[in-house]
Design a protein around this ligand. Sequence first.
Ligand code: PMP
Length: 390
Amino acid sequence: ELREWQRALRAQFPIITAHPEPAYLDSAATAQKPQAVLDLVHTYLTTTNANAGRGIYTWANRTTTLVEQARDRVKRFLDDPAPERSAVHFTSGTTEGLRTIARDWLPGLLADGDEIVVPVADHEANIAPWLEAQRQLARQGVHIHVRPMPYQQASGDYDHAALTESAGPRTRFVAATHVHHVYGGNMNIHRIRRAVGPDAVICLDAAQSVGHLPVSVADLDVDFVVFSGHKAMALPGTGAVWARQSRGPEFMPGGWSGTPNTVGIASLATALDWLDAAGTDRIEQWTVALAARLTDGLRHLDAYEILGCRTSLAADSSVQQRQGVVTFRHRAIDSGDLGFILFSHGFMVRSDQHCQGGAGERTGSVRVSLHVYNTAEEIDRLLAVLATLG
Ligand code: PMP
């Protein structure tokens, strides 16, 4: 039944159906777009296009409405329990979202002697902005302590024991990632909340989870969710920040000015409609199953080392579930070379480094990242090629 469901969804991606080979296995970088998003873009640009927020004529008013509806759409998609209090700010992607929070909002939260928690092995976009905020504040005589949040290879999760030990009453802010872009682990955000208490602000980099699994701010109890629209099937150059606004200064007071990426924002609302209709729970089921198929196959090939959770996933409940991201390296072949070899055999993967900051991998690897349009046949074909290189 899931197969039939998937086949119908895959058929809605013209770029995939027109080019079944090479197989696109790089959705962690950006996702392909369904026909509904392509249609929206065409319709918007041929019937509506105007600037938002200042019109007295129909197109401008319609554009303004689309942008406001997109804000509501993001809140609904994230299962926002109090949309009247929260805010949504549109960005070009996760990097800009995180930088905006670090530059414009975080300084207002922090006083001399406060602490912030920064992950050491996450995407660089979720490390550099927080360290830059610390440096900026130090120049103004406000000294902030950075508590590094370690990553644990064995569990595929943050080292929660270390966090519990280092967190104290001055811990005001935690930057965390929902799904790791290299290791694929679904980080346990509830444990972070328990470690830092109810008053600390948790900012979630949800670049790899939005569109891939249900993301509920009601359940996660976080204060910011930052994601990339383009990884959630909207146009390139799209993203959003959701802010709960219950702690610290107001996020983006006064709303917005300047010309927003109207077509991109409209495409995000349509993409979220599409994802909700498809069902993010089923998308998760599908991509997790494909990732398990790939890791199971790789475990039988001695030439490869899988990065991330080291142990069998199902057996141990302390090990975080791996989402649709599998990263590995060949013990003898350079990862950049392996990427080229795989491309020549009909696969588009990410190879070499993966924008990982701080204590991240430095030796390079190959990343296969999946979405709902990928198939078990693609995984089997990939495993067959990898086996010949063993
Ligand atoms: N954080 C994570 C976890 C990511 O995977 C990515 C994209 N690779 C980013 C941040 C940056 O996203 P963007 O390129 O949309 O700014």
